[in-house]
Design a protein around this ligand. Structure first.
Ligand SMILES: Nc1nc2c(c(=O)[nH]1)N[C@H]1C(S)=C(S)[C@@H](COP(=O)(O)O)O[C@H]1N2
Ligand SMILES: [Mo]
Length: 247
């Protein structure tokens, strides 16, 4: 490719990004996920820009029928109350002993009304149920039914401040993930408290987990403890996996 063609292309990408940023993420266009010059992580920014430019942010992940529900392995952390495991959490152990009646989700950061939400509080919002395919980066997938509250309803109730760009999710086992506002307000992104018609089981993230149907499995954080709305990209990128993994 000739140099000026390259420049034209680059300009097109940057222009696309800027207009998207101006349209959907006011104040966030200069806060792309960092790559630290790490060539393996450059894909983050490129995949992100490509997907955010070409696809409407609200396109839905496929939903399935009851008859499609499959067996569903539990992976990663499967019980933070297990004190023989390195991911053991005493706090989670206590909540587990109390049948999660003392569990609260903290919603903090760039919100007008930070606060604690009990399971009952979350269940008072209009629920949503969806049957979707979970795809793990390790190469398996499974179909399950999830019931919960759309994250958008909780964020709206907490009142997102204009400077907000990302939502970070912290779990009792130390897991942390972040998503941008497009995924946070995606209609299928939910705080799930039910799976296949029952309360969410411990191996799958009880009492409440995140479901991000537009991205790969590890974004769907189990054992939620805290949600922090931020205007800054917080990187925990030492896992070796990309930050943005649209599917
Ligand atoms: N807190 C927490 N959330 C997590 C994980 C984990 O280890 N801890 N594993 C992630 C990965 S890699 C996948 S594939 C899914 C697995 O969900 P499942 O155990 O319900 O199948 O949870 C994700 N969320
Ligand atoms: Mo995974």
């Amino acid at each position: 490719m000739k140099k000026n063609q390259l420049i034209t292309r680059r300009t097109a990408i940057i222009t696309g990004l800027t207009s998207l940023g101006g349209l959907l993420l006011p104040g966030c266009s200069k806060k792309l996920p960092p790559t630290y010059g790490n060539i393996l992580r450059m894909g983050d920014a490129l995949t992100y820009v490509a997907q955010r430019t070409l696809l409407p942010g609200q396109s839905l992940a496929m939903e399935y029928q009851h008859s499609d529900i499959s067996s569903f392995p539990a992976t990663g952390t499967t019980n933070p109350a297990d004190n023989t495991k390195p991911y053991f959490s005493k706090a989670y152990g206590n909540l587990h002993t109390g049948d999660f009646s003392n569990w609260h989700l903290s919603v903090e950061g760039r919100v007008a009304k930070p606060g604690l939400y009990s399971l009952a509080d979350l269940q008072r919002f209009p629920p949503r149920t969806q049957i979707t395919r979970h795809t793990c980066e390790e190469g398996w997938s499974a179909i399950g039914e999830w019931t919960g509250v759309p994250l958008a309803l909780v964020l709206n109730s907490a009142g997102i401040l204009p400077s907000a760009c990302y939502v970070n999710f912290y779990a009792y086992d130390g897991a942390m993930e972040s998503i941008d506002m497009l995924d946070a307000f995606h209609p299928q992104t939910m705080l799930a408290y039910g799976m296949n018609g029952r309360s969410l089981p411990v191996p799958h993230g009880a009492p409440v987990r995140l479901r991000v149907e537009t991205q790969i499995g590890y974004k769907s954080v189990k054992y939620l403890q805290r949600i922090v709305v931020t205007d800054e990209f917080v990187d925990t990128g030492d896992t070796g996996w990309a930050w943005y993994t649209g599917i």
